[in-house]
Design a protein around this ligand. Structure first.
Ligand SMILES: *[C@@H]1O[C@H](CO)[C@@H](O)[C@H](O)[C@H]1NC(C)=O
Ligand SMILES: *[C@@H]1O[C@H](CO)[C@@H](O)[C@H](O)[C@H]1NC(C)=O
Length: 595
């Protein structure tokens, strides 16, 4: 990863200095983020990215509130839209988003998924970790640099808000000559060729979480629910498409385009060695950039997205339409033909963890391996009455502590035997206010008797290797994890061919016997990766920026307790920045949620 990071830096440097005299944007303090000098409207930051041009400040205003869509379905929308406004900027632009929460009785925070937040860890959007939650009626101003190019998206940190519609695309473009695979395509139109894939539910999840275990998604949607999304192409040309799985629950999605192959060129925001694929499989939160060439007869072709896991059997379609083709008839006939398609079988689909990074990784010493054993178990939570500012996605039946949640039958997914507890005070900003009895450390979990604690780790070295082992004693599910703040080298993914669970001892034996193969030469660099059931995923992270960074399984936590580890990396936040931020204030969960 060193190498890729260094390449990204070089790329950034070239666009800054290369042919170029862009003003340096090195953040010495983040105060400059708040100077509104060259305010722009939403769309004006989308432009061809050029050398020798000053980065812009791209200003957006989001009002998040429940709405009824034109199709009659309820949603939580941003400025009345779901998905929310697309953000399309050039690398090094400053993105400023003022978020106003108008969801009654709900707290909000917006996470910029995949954005590394270099120098701005307080903009990562995790309530009670990197910021105070945005309470009803309040506004929080996010401001951060689009420091790396690629395909990102944003979403409410809450699984239920995201599922109800609070998400949108965030694409960071760069000058075409810097794109490693630009020779493969003629068009990279991020405003028109980005496909956000979501799952839709029959009713809002927000405020209904006690029911959520019974609440199944009923359809998939591509760029919203209204009609088939259309991609217009000209015969003979190649197009870069950006596919984003914006689903918050455990729904991998397989995408295929009738009669067209795709060439995968990036996963998450990192370029990979191009791979030809008939279909691709994308996990929740994952992104994949593919090139498709309009090499067939003039016509209309279905782009088919099919759900797996919790979305098994669900589908959504978009249309790839060649210019000059009258697709009216296709809309009428097409739908019937596309229900059976054996090529959407996930077995042959290309997935992000199989790919190789475009550039080889730099040689570096093997970091220390930290074991994170993931499994589902039935846990006996005792009654507690602790006043926490932010509890979890799940809504407690009784005030303040999720101990009384009805989790006894279903079990919870834990890491090293612990459910994650959101701190009583944002860990990044006020670490000393976090109550010591509620924290626990990776490797020393037994010092805390509670099944739920603020599970943290403070790696001492510059790099760390995390062995995420999905032990599989209590569940047959695979889990998708998201790493905040860092691109992780995914050096190994493995599933036990015997179909037997793996204990910590088993894993340690495998390590001892040298049976764990790692690709340290050109591992894909990802912020979102799946940990297969009765298997493992091993990632390496270079801890090159201070902050409190969550490694979380978001999809694990709907109507359950959070599954996460918080990685604290020095240096701590400067006091001047902390002082400029709003304090959390006294909090009582609103009564309406507690009936
Ligand atoms: C497209 O086809 C439909 C019916 O198949 C027809 O009614 C319509 O006039 C056609 N449009 C054009 C521009 O040819
Ligand atoms: C997992 O699958 C096996 C074999 O199909 C089954 O026997 C077992 O009950 C399953 N376990 C869980 C927790 O569902």
């Amino acid at each position: 990863m060193k190498l890729l990071v260094c390449c990204l830096m070089i790329i950034v440097n070239i666009s800054n200095n290369g042919k170029a005299s862009i003003e340096s944007f090195t953040p010495t303090s983040s105060s400059f983020l708040f100077e509104d000098t060259t305010k722009t409207t939403d769309s004006s930051c989308y432009r061809p990215c050029k050398f020798n041009v000053k980065p812009r400040r791209c200003h957006y205003s989001f009002v998040i509130e429940p709405t009824i869509q034109e199709n009659g379905k309820p949603a939580i929308a941003i400025n009345g839209m779901t998905p929310g406004p697309p953000i399309n900027v050039c690398v090094n632009d400053v993105i400023v988003v003022e978020v106003k929460n108008k969801i009654p009785d709900q707290d909000v925070a917006i996470h910029w998924h995949g954005v590394e937040q270099k120098g701005t860890p307080h903009m990562d959007g995790v309530p009670m970790v990197t910021q105070c939650p945005i309470t009803y009626g309040a506004t929080y101003k996010y401001a951060f640099i689009a420091s790396a190019p690629g395909t990102f998206f944003y979403h409410s940190d809450s699984v239920s808000h995201q599922s109800d519609g609070v998400y949108g695309s965030l694409i960071v473009n760069q000058p075409q000559p810097l794109e490693p695979h630009s020779a493969l395509y003629g068009y990279d139109r991020s405003t028109e060729n980005t496909l956000l894939i979501a799952a839709t539910f029959p009713q809002l999840l927000t405020g209904n979480l006690e029911d959520a275990s019974r609440m199944q998604p009923t359809a998939l949607a591509i760029n919203g629910d209204d009609e088939d999304f259309k991609i217009f192409v000209m015969q003979g040309f190649a197009y870069r498409l950006r596919l984003i799985n914006a689903i918050a629950i455990e729904c991998p999605v397989v995408v295929r385009i009738e009669k067209h192959e795709m060439v995968v060129i990036a996963t998450d925001a990192s370029p990979v060695k191009p791979v030809v694929a008939k279909s691709v499989q994308i996990y929740p939160g994952e992104r994949m950039d593919v090139v498709v060439r309009a090499s067939q007869e003039t016509g209309g072709y279905w782009v088919k997205a099919r759900g797996l896991g919790a979305c098994a059997g669900l589908r959504a379609d978009a249309m790839l339409i060649y210019s000059g083709f009258n697709y009216t008839s296709m809309l009428q006939q097409g739908q019937n033909e596309i229900s059976h398609d054996s090529e959407l079988d996930s077995g042959s689909a290309v997935s992000g963890q199989m790919l190789e990074s475009f550039k080889n990784a730099a040689e570096s010493p093997d970091p220390e391996t930290v074991y994170l054993g993931i499994d589902k178990s039935v846990v006996d939570f005792k009654e507690k009455d602790v006043d926490f500012r932010y509890i979890s996605d799940a809504i407690p039946k009784k005030p303040f502590y999720p101990a009384s949640l009805a989790l006894k039958e279903s079990g919870v997914v834990q890491i090293n035997g612990k459910s994650f507890l959101y701190p009583n005070s944002p860990m990044l900003l006020y670490p000393r206010e976090v109550k010591a009895d509620f924290t626990c450390k990776v490797g020393e979990e037994s010092k805390n008797q509670e099944p739920q604690c603020v599970l943290t780790m403070e790696p001492k070295e510059e790099a760390v290797e995390l062995a995420l082992v999905n032990e599989g004693f209590g569940s047959n599910d695979s889990y998708t994890f998201h790493m905040h703040g860092f691109g992780a080298q995914v050096v190994a993914t493995w599933q036990n061919p015997d179909g037997k669970p793996i204990s910590r001892k088993d894993f340690e034996k495998m390590i001892e016997k040298g049976k764990v193969d790692r690709n340290t030469r050109n591992p894909p660099i990802k912020d979102t990766f799946v940990v297969p059931n009765k298997g493992y995923t091993i990632v390496r992270i270079r801890l090159d920026q201070g902050g409190s960074w969550l490694l979380e399984c978001r999809a694990c936590s709907l109507s359950s307790l959070p599954t996460a580890v918080l990685i604290n990396v020095p240096p701590k936040m400067p006091k001047s920045i902390i002082r400029s931020l709003a304090k959390c204030g006294n909090y009582r969960p609103p009564d309406v949620l507690l009936n």
